[in-house]
Ligand binder design. Structure first.
Ligand SMILES: [Fe+2]
Length: 334
């Protein structure tokens, strides 16, 4: 990764070497308010040429390898040499255009992201934390490379949803919005249309998904993830029902080691434990949290202010009524 341009000052007074930020004040403001920005990163013809080079790495197409999804992530290909080649290709292609946008940032990892022809939309989801501080800003970049041949390539997200809950997605959890995921897609998400060379830069914890690929050819995108220049990499794994173990994945090189080896190195070790504050919420609470736009941390949950003791009591009463209904057979699901 090249060194960022040496511009004077930083637009974000709160930024430290642990939180990446945008050098341009207008971009920094938009990103802080909405949780994303859409930008052109490469000329269209250059992006399409890179997509062609990626496609040539996969002469027989790709198979989706993301659990419960429909797309291919080059980073986790069993063929480690291919994983490295594709990652290097997109890293060299997009990181030189992205890195100068940021202050206090380093590229955590890069990968190809390919949706096979005919694949449907990827449902709205939330990424897992990958840093020692799970709520430190991570900037994810999704860059469309290939020509979508007349059908718009869509990226879908819920503005401001990156801030609202201290919820930590992990391999065995559902999503906090499982109870109203259809409404999230229909009522709260916004579609962004991209052409080749355009990118969505978003807070890694924002709710997001991608549109279908109705064409016959694979749709090639590139991912790059930026974290604070001094931010350690970590995996957060459930440790009992009420805590997470923070696993130090080797300081700066966790993802790079994984990319090389394809498996977690033995040197990774638990360094701390944090409380599991995951809670499912209702759509009404979701709307109120988005409107409040208050940032969650491990020590502060904006949901506490919304769930007053009175509303907690009424929820307990409703739950008891439901259970009583089930017990007598009246409330059993059909
Ligand atoms: Fe994603």
């Amino acid at each position: 990764m090249p060194e960022p341009a040496n511009l004077a000052g930083t637009p974000d007074d709160a930024a430290t070497d642990r939180t990446p930020s945008f050098r341009d004040p207008a971009l920094a403001r938009r990103f802080s308010e909405e949780g994303f920005v859409k930008l052109r990163i490469l000329p269209s013809d250059a992006a399409i040429a890179i997509a062609g080079r990626v496609a040539r790495l996969y002469p027989h197409g790709v198979e989706a390898n993301q659990p419960q999804s429909n797309w291919y992530l080059g980073l986790i290909d069993d063929d480690r040499e291919l994983a490295l080649r594709s990652a290097r290709l997109v890293r060299d292609a997009i990181v030189p255009s992205l890195a100068p946008l940021f202050a206090h940032a380093r590229c955590h990892y890069a990968s190809v992201a390919i949706k096979p022809g005919g694949a449907g939309a990827t449902p709205i989801h939330q990424h897992w934390p990958t840093t020692i501080d799970p709520f430190a800003r991570r900037i994810a970049c999704w860059v469309l490379l290939s020509d979508s041949h007349g059908s718009a390539a869509r990226f879908r997200l819920v503005p401001r949803s990156q801030r609202i809950l201290p919820y930590i997605r992990h391999s065995r959890s559902g999503d906090y919005f499982d109870g109203f995921s259809e409404q999230v897609e229909r009522r709260h998400a916004r579609d962004l249309e991209l052409s080749p060379g355009e990118a969505v830069l978003f807070e890694d914890s924002i709710l997001h998904g991608t549109g279908a690929n109705p064409g016959r050819q694979m749709r090639v995108a590139a991912l790059a993830n930026f974290v604070g220049v001094d931010m350690g990499a970590a995996a957060l794994l459930p440790d009992g029902d009420d805590a997470f173990a923070v696993i130090d994945t080797g300081g700066r090189d966790g993802m790079a080691e994984f990319l090389e080896a394809g498996e977690w190195p033995e040197s990774w070790r638990p360094v701390s434990r944090i409380a599991n504050r995951n809670r499912a919420i209702s759509e009404e609470e979701f709307v109120r949290l988005l409107a409040g736009n208050e940032a969650a941390t491990l020590d502060h949950d904006p949901l506490d202010a919304i769930r007053s003791p009175r509303s907690r009591f009424s929820r307990i009463v409703r739950r008891a009524a439901r259970l009583a209904g089930r017990w007598t057979g009246r409330g059993a699901p059909g």
